[in-house]
Design a protein around this ligand. Structure first.
Ligand code: ADP
Ligand code: F6P
Length: 319
């Protein structure tokens, strides 16, 4: 393998830049040429491809977002779109591709590998929802952003003796809500993976009030319902007044945490090593504190295993 390329795709995540830097620097260190593809698969189809040098990735390890930009690309879901991408890769002499992104981006990379272009995937999404890795790049930073917000909201909730609903990201995955809720001492956490009863939430709030509790924080993952919908339900069914805070895309930005920078550097470098071995269809991840490789096919097989222990703990600690 003489020349590889790197792209970022799907929802951006803090630490993507650190991963791009690692791919570029490791590739050059190993004597490879490396190109950067701008705007994810869309840019691949359109040939937005530029050579990357050591200096191209200077001063980005601490920056949020992605200097390569990101995109959602419906055209790449079609065989015709992917054929165009393969043509561009061939025209640029690119023999292998590192894809930094989430589950959808991994599926695209799998399809590309089947077309004969070895792809290696680096998990980066604030949702932490990729099977095979315990942590994705961006999750730790987003988690700290949410906790900072919860702490601030708790201050005003205490002053005014109010209940707050905080809506966090996570369309299909509850990790961000669950970890942030546990670390932020939320009274109630609602995530897509766990069923709940409105009556239970109301009882918990009422029993807290009965014990003299003057404020409370409910964290809801957007995949369950919106914060405003939940507020209406609590008002209608329990006559409970709440204030709602929707954290939104603030969770996707910001300087990556030290942990995200470290795992991004480790994952990016390992991805290059896999490509040098001429292997594709591989994902990089973290298991038991070790950087591991596993096949993309494994990522898509079955459903992610559900660990209910943390949810149970959050309930036990917020009685
Ligand atoms: P994420 O990677 O963060 O999960 P998306 O699900 O939006 O984000 O996926 C990013 C891009 O990956 C999509 O816009 C599309 O171009 C590509 N993609 C997603 N699913 C597939 C698929 N099944 N086949 C081919 N490409 C896909
Ligand atoms: O990156 C994943 C995610 O943050 C989800 O939690 C969220 O629903 C989605 O992206 C929103 O992304 P966008 O606004 O870019 O469509």
């Amino acid at each position: 393998m003489k020349k590889i390329a790197v792209l970022t795709s799907g929802g951006d995540a803090p630490g993507m830049n650190a991963a791009v830097r690692a791919v570029v620097r490791k590739a050059i260190y190993e004597g490879l040429e490396v190109d950067g593809v701008y705007n994810g698969y869309q840019g691949l189809i359109e040939g937005k491809i530029e050579p990357m040098e050591l200096g191209s990735v200077g001063d980005i390890i601490q920056r949020g977002g992605t200097v390569l930009r990101s995109a959602r690309c419906p055209e790449f879901r079609e065989a015709e779109g992917r054929e165009k991408a393969v043509k561009q890769l061939k025209a640029h002499g690119i023999e292998g591709l590192v894809v930094i992104g989430g589950d959808g981006s991994f599926r695209g990379a799998h399809e590309l590998t089947l077309l004969g272009v070895p792809c290696v995937c680096v998990p980066a999404t604030i949702d932490n929802d990729i099977k095979g890795t315990e942590f994705t790049i961006g999750f730790d930073t987003a988690l700290n952003t949410v906790i900072e917000a919860i702490d601030k909201i708790r201050d005003t909730a205490t002053s005014h003796e109010r209940s707050f609903i905080i809506e966090v990201m996570g369309r299909d995955a509850g990790d961000l809500a669950l970890w942030a809720g546990l670390a932020g001492g939320a009274e109630t956490i609602l995530i897509p993976e766990e069923a709940f009863e409105v009556t239970d939430i109301i009882e918990r709030l009422e029993s807290g009030t009965g014990r003299g509790k003057k404020h409370s924080v409910i964290v809801v993952a957007e995949g369950v319902m919106s914060g405003h919908e939940l507020a209406e339900i609590l008002q209608e069914q329990g006559n409970i007044k709440t204030r709602v805070s929707v954290l939104g895309h603030i969770q996707r930005g910001g300087s990556p945490s030290a942990r995200d920078r470290v795992i991004a550097s480790q994952f990016g470098a390992r991805a290059v090593e896999v490509l040098i071995g001429n292997r594709g269809g591989v994902a990089i991840g973290m298991q038991n504190h070790k950087v591991v490789e596993y096949s993309l096919e494994q990522v898509f097989k079955g459903t992610a295993t559900k660990d209910s222990n943390m949810y149970k703990l959050s309930k036990e600690l917020s009685i």
